[in-house]
Design a protein around this ligand. Sequence first.
Ligand code: DHB
Ligand code: MG
Length: 217
Amino acid sequence: MARHLTPSIDYIRKLYAAQDSLLASIDESLLRLNIPIHIGAEEGKLLQMLITLHRAEKIVEIGTLAGYSTIWMARALPPGGHIYTVNKDPAHIAMASHFFDQSEVRDSITMLEGDAHAVLPQLSSEAPFDMIFIDADKISYNDYLDWAEKNVRPMGLIVADNTLLHGTMGLDLPPQNIAPATWHNMRRFNERLADHEKYFTTMIATQEGLTVAIKLF
Ligand code: DHB
Ligand code: MG
């Protein structure tokens, strides 16, 4: 998300991506805990736009945090649609459960608890999926793409947050504050999605980078 709210982002949020009281309380909780690393409201609306345009009914999210993005996405699902969201941190699981229980879309959300590397193989039995949203540990994005290549349907969507890796992807080398392995992994992830034979891809130039790719195979 945009860490610094500009007047333009503020304008877009107010006009097109107003939060209800539930989303606002998740936002406030994360701010209070000093982990405001969830997507912005305008990005939540964008995910809803992608789900609606693509008529996605079965979605996997890797990285629930407190369920802010999950609730945005669940609210765009058609009747009978479902989102599976993977959460590994016990404190975050407790928060997300609390907020899901308060939401009108709780029946269309399944939270899978544990590290995605362990959980995703179990989720393969529910494949194929229409869309995956990757917003978890940045060093593992290629592992999640490996899974998506097998479990997202042809013409399905692969969406990923933070693909500019905090503004460092355009540099020639990883900066001091970023682990080189994470930086090289994100470069590789982005390059894999640049294979025109396999993907139709762009990156939306949010502050963090939001990749949107159609899996062509
Ligand atoms: C971090 C993680 C995110 O998913 C994000 O959007 C911003 C920051 C982080 O771990 O610092
Ligand atoms: Mg993120």
